[in-house]
Design a protein around this ligand. Structure first.
Ligand SMILES: Cc1ncc(COP(=O)(O)O)c(C=O)c1O
Length: 373
């Protein structure tokens, strides 16, 4: 069987972006470099560590780029993502989502045998006990962080006494080492008004730092206090007790984030697509539908073309429409689409086509795409 990725139709380093097949994920490395430099300079000045969340990029090569820029480690959302990154040589990985169930716990503990710096969050004693039991039989010592509910009302033990009780119970287990606390204010990342986002973020992070203080007053040492996304990390980093921030979307950005926080980080990634049909003067159809561009945060935008609206026309089709007269696109033309939500869009694709000034420089596998376990 001929693999398309090795066929004559697969792009090569040195090709021009205009020549690659579509739909494809196109990354402007100059813009990513600028985003990465800007973010790391900001937190260096604030003397805060950065542990970027890789649920956006899902790719070891981008992880290495962040580590070279000064990241102390990385976050992932799932055990299966951690497996991909650990296999690629990345050791300090925080899994930011709770796990449950025998098989998943065995899978996590198995990862620790060769990668002891992988850490995970817990928010309940049942999971902590199950982790502890498996860790004892495998003779490993997992580092865990308590996840706190700072207002997102997703996972996370409540701040204050419930968190203290959980920490004390974890302290009685033989194999788990409690190393930190995570609070992620995901509900605030896209609050449009900057002042309001900052005010709400301060409220949320006060819950985190007050709880850290309470744990420490009770003799529990907390080394890591981690929180923050692209929309809030800068506010979180104002708190002395916060040791690190975990933004992810800043590397590529998307329409949803740009609408919320502006253009301080550049839009560095597009899905290039081809016009395959022009059934009416004011409507064309492109080859990027729901399987190429996610819609959970609204619709993608056409880069550089105002007044043209995109709607998915099904799994494989996208419709571009203009209210007035004629749409300035013909069959075979290519458009660059800016995803509305970068994380869910990336999970649909196999490769990053990375270029500088239109010339392909790197083709990277999105190795952790589909890794949702
Ligand atoms: C726990 C956690 N931390 C950090 C992030 C990164 O946030 P963002 O992509 O908004 O920068 C996310 C994103 O969902 C998250 O779930």
């Amino acid at each position: 069987m001929i693999s398309v990725s090795h066929s004559q139709f697969f792009p090569k380093v040195g090709d021009r972006v205009e020549t690659i097949d579509t739909p494809a994920v196109v990354v402007d490395l100059d813009l990513v470099d600028a985003n990465v430099s800007k973010l790391f300079a900001l937190f260096k000045a604030k003397k805060k560590a950065v542990r970027p969340h890789l649920k956006t990029v899902k790719c070891p090569e981008f992880a290495q780029m962040f580590l070279s820029a000064g990241a102390i480690g990385v976050c992932v959302a799932k055990v299966s993502e951690a497996e991909v990154l650990a296999a690629a040589g990345i050791e300090d990985i925080l899994i930011t989502t709770e796990i449950a169930g025998d098989l998943k716990i065995k899978r996590f503990i198995n990862l620790l045998r060769n990668h002891p710096k992988v850490k995970i969050v817990v928010d309940n004693i049942e999971a902590a006990k199950a982790l502890d039991a498996e860790a004892q039989s495998a003779r490993v010592k997992p580092s865990v962080l308590i996840e706190l509910n700072v207002g997102q009302n997703r996972c996370g033990v409540e701040p204050g006494d419930p968190a203290l009780r959980l920490a004390q119970s974890i302290g009685k287990l033989d194999s788990l080492e409690l190393v930190g606390v995570q609070g992620y204010e995901g509900h605030l990342q896209h609050v449009h008004d900057r002042k309001e986002r900052e005010r709400l973020c301060r409220e949320a992070i006060n819950k985190l730092v007050d709880t850290v203080k309470l744990l420490e007053q009770n003799g529990i040492s907390i080394k890591i206090v981690t929180t923050g996304g692209t929309g809030t990390s800068e506010f979180c980093s104002e708190f002395a007790a916060v040791t690190e921030v975990q933004p992810g979307s800043f590397a590529f950005m998307d329409v949803d984030y740009r609408n919320a926080i502006g253009t301080s980080y550049a839009n560095a990634l597009t899905i290039v697509s081809t016009v395959i049909s022009k059934p009416a003067p004011n409507r064309v159809v492109i080859d990027a539908g729901l399987k190429s561009l996610s819609t959970d945060s609204g619709n993608a935008e056409v880069q550089g073309m105002k007044g043209i609206a995109y709607t998915p026309g099904g799994d494989e089709h996208g419709i571009l429409q203009i209210d007035s007269a004629s749409i300035p696109l013909k069959i075979g033309d290519r458009v660059h689409m800016i995803p509305s939500h970068i994380d869910t869009t990336i999970n649909l694709h196999d490769f990053y086509i990375c270029h500088r000034k239109g010339i392909l420089e790197r083709i990277w596998n999105i190795s952790a795409r589909g890794k949702v376990q």
